[in-house]
Design a binder for this molecule. Sequence first.
Ligand code: NAP
Length: 305
Amino acid sequence: MKAIIVTNEAEGTAGMKLTARAEPIAAMNEVVVQVHASGFTFNELEWPSTWTDRRDVNRTPSIPGHEFSGVVTALGYGTAGLSVGQRVFGLADWFRDGSLAEYVAIEARNLAPLPGDIDFTIGAALVMPGLTAWQGIIEHGQVQSGQSVIVHGAAGVVGSMAVQLAREAGAYVIGTGRASSRHTALDFGANEYIDLDNEKLEDVRKVDLVFDVLGGDITTRSAGVIRAGGTLVTIAGPTEARPVDGRAIDFVVEANRGQLIELAQWVRDGRIKTNIGKIVTLDEAVATFASKVPLVGKTIIRVRP
Ligand SMILES: NC(=O)c1ccc[n+]([C@@H]2O[C@H](COP(=O)([O-])OP(=O)(O)OC[C@H]3O[C@@H](n4cnc5c(N)ncnc54)[C@H](OP(=O)(O)O)[C@@H]3O)[C@@H](O)[C@H]2O)c1
């Protein structure tokens, strides 16, 4: 099969190569999926799991990409609920070969059925931001109707989904980011926008929840704009910052079939939309990721036409 591999961490995306690899096989509880569309998070090559397995042993050459949609082509033992030919989407294991390839092996429980009226590109683009925002806003953030929420990086891939989920939950949403992203954030439903380059985060009235994708100084300062007893949720790594009498949660997104089913239904109902910037073929993907032109929105690889 065709697959994109990386072998050298220091090279970053410049080290991505399209090559031929053996097709994966389905072990117990796993299925093989013929990938139709796949996504890649821009800083995935900085994650330790791209380079090693769970025992910290080098696993290169590795195939990046974890979010995808496709069709099941083989079933291992114990994969109840899935069948060959079924349309699916899901999140592949961080520590194994991923989805920038024609086929991927994945535990059945990490997949959900993809309804026939949702395009494969939309399915692939929904996985990572959908699950991350769902877990950040609804599960960990426990957002309630009438609350106010700050979403940092609100025009970005994850942030734009977090804005939509918080609005759907009935919250008042203040998006943040660069000046140039104001329009996009408001388009995705933010009620207000703070341009972090020119406006002061601390000037905002206190909120119940902050959802942070930026990290560093922004995470630390965010604790101060949360009302006592409120919640800081970050996906940018562990933090010492904590709202007064409140909770601070750092998490890494997990596969979740039930949440994917729910997200697909919300797309069908027109309640949320994906933030796709560009769609390219597998043959074009290496040049796209290595390009110096900044990628805005999710880049989706259409692996099968
Ligand atoms: N823990 C987890 O489970 C998890 C899951 C998914 C993603 N992540 C991480 O979350 C981060 C965001 O991912 P993403 O795919 O949403 O990225 P993205 O699409 O690039 O979104 C980030 C947004 O924040 C803006 N931004 C970045 N730095 C900024 C700054 N200093 N000031 C103001 N705005 C700034 C970006 O604007 P520009 O485009 O103009 O820079 C962009 O609009 C990544 O680090 C990713 O690895 C973590």
